[in-house]
Design a protein around this ligand. Structure first.
Ligand SMILES: *Cc1c(COP(=O)(O)O)cnc(C)c1O
Length: 405
């Protein structure tokens, strides 16, 4: 299939709306992506034709819905390169997946055990580990980020020791766009005998991911940034790790037997999915994966980076423009500031021209601190963005200058 952005845009009804009298330029994809008609259709089709609770089935629709739900799990497994469906736990999103890992490993943490993170982590991959620091005396160590936005991998390597219990690293930063060499890091982490967790929330959208190739113990992703529904994400774990991980939520479906004096658990992944799961959301995620998989990932990446570079070329002419994140390996995220202007004001002015960007800390306060900033504006490009929208961003930022500086 040839990559044609107009054909792709036509599949997103929302992209034809106007904001403040201008055509919408949606450049906030790192926060959440819009949904194609195929995903909406999959959800309504399921609700119109066959819906029941899953796994309880003795009737036709229960079986059909279970098949669709488990089918979605198989799609996620294939998408991430997981050997089996059983490797995939459905969660509410990436945050819940990381919380599940932290909670599930808490029982193994002793005072002084070290957890290594990086300065470019999302709060979702920091705060759950702080819980282990507060409650069990774990020590958190942060691998530094270099001035160009690259991870200081040698410093990270230097932090590894016999005290290291867990290493958790973002695959692609939601602010810097930096793509980290997780395959190399995995080798060092394994050699140190620690558990390797990767936050793939952005990477799963923008690059080919193969969890077995990388050599991770856990990998997480989320549906809403992959053109799918909110309320659904996934945790990949090796079967060994999923068996080792303590469950987080208790309830129906996650147990094998319940007695007055003891309980036995279901096998993974069901052990982690107490109660009625997000059935429709999971089916919607499966549809998003089907939709996305019709395109070649390299084509998508090339297109997104062309839009990114087009915008950056225009913005670099502005004296007060400052980009953060210039790693050689990076995705289509453009975080910037205009000296003398507040990022929130920039975002608000751009919105007047129909351009949606995010401004703030992007849930990465340690990273902002590292770069001596309180906030940045951020344009993040997805599959449906165009060179014309990149031009509009540049023009919009120039207008901000006349208002703000
Ligand atoms: C969005 C994001 C998260 C949180 O994902 P949710 O599914 O919204 O919980 C975690 N890490 C990164 C890098 C993100 O971009």
């Amino acid at each position: 299939m040839i990559f044609n952005v107009d054909d792709i845009r036509a599949q997103f009804p929302i992209l034809s709306r106007e904001i403040n009298g201008y055509p919408l330029a949606y450049l906030d994809n790192a926060a959440s992506a819009q949904k194609p008609q195929a995903v909406m259709d999959a959800l309504t089709h399921q609700m119109r034709t066959s819906f029941a609770n899953v796994h309880r089935g003795l009737h036709t629709m229960a079986n059909e819905t279970t098949e669709a739900f488990e089918g979605a799990r198989a799609k996620v497994a294939k998408f991430l390169g997981a050997p089996k469906s059983e490797n995939i736990v459905f969660t509410k999103g990436a945050s819940e997946a990381l919380n599940l890992v932290a909670y599930g490993l808490a029982g193994e943490i002793k005072k002084g055990d070290e957890i290594i993170l990086t300065q470019m982590e999302h709060h979702s991959n920091i705060v759950p580990w702080h819980f282990l620091r507060e409650r069990y005396g774990a020590v958190l160590r942060f691998a530094p980020v270099l001035d160009n936005g690259e991870l200081d991998v040698m410093a990270l390597k230097g932090l590894l020791s016999s005290k290291t219990k867990i290493v958790s690293v973002v695959h692609m930063s939601n602010v810097l766009g930096t793509i980290n060499p997780v395959q190399d890091i995995a080798k060092w982490v394994k050699a140190a005998g620690a558990i390797f967790v990767v936050d793939g929330t952005q990477a799963a959208v923008h690059m080919d991911v193969d969890v077995v190739d990388i050599g991770v113990d856990f990998y997480c992703m989320t549906g809403h940034k992959l053109y799918g529904p909110t309320g659904i994400g996934a945790l990949y774990g090796t079967l060994e790790m999923l068996n080792r991980l303590q469950p987080f939520n208790g309830g129906g479906e996650m147990i094998s037997d319940v007695f007055e004096d003891r309980v036995t658990y279901n096998d993974p992944p069901h052990k982690f999915e107490a109660g009625t799961p997000p059935i429709l959301e999971a089916i919607g995620l499966g549809a998003a994966i089907d939709w996305y998989s019709q395109f070649n990932r390299a084509d998508i990446h090339q297109h997104e980076m062309a839009v990114y570079h087009h915008a950056l070329d225009g913005l670099r002419d502005i004296n007060s423009f400052r980009l953060i994140g210039e790693a050689p390996e990076k995705g289509s995220v453009l975080a910037f500031n205009l000296q003398g202007a507040h990022a929130h004001d920039v975002a608000q002015i751009l919105d007047k021209y129909g351009i949606a960007v995010r401004a703030g800390q992007h849930c990465t306060q340690p990273l902002m601190t590292r770069f001596g900033m309180h906030s940045t504006a951020r344009a993040s490009f997805g599959i449906y963005n165009t060179l014309d929208e990149a031009d509009r961003l540049v023009e919009g930022v120039k207008k901000c200058l006349t208002f703000l500086t």
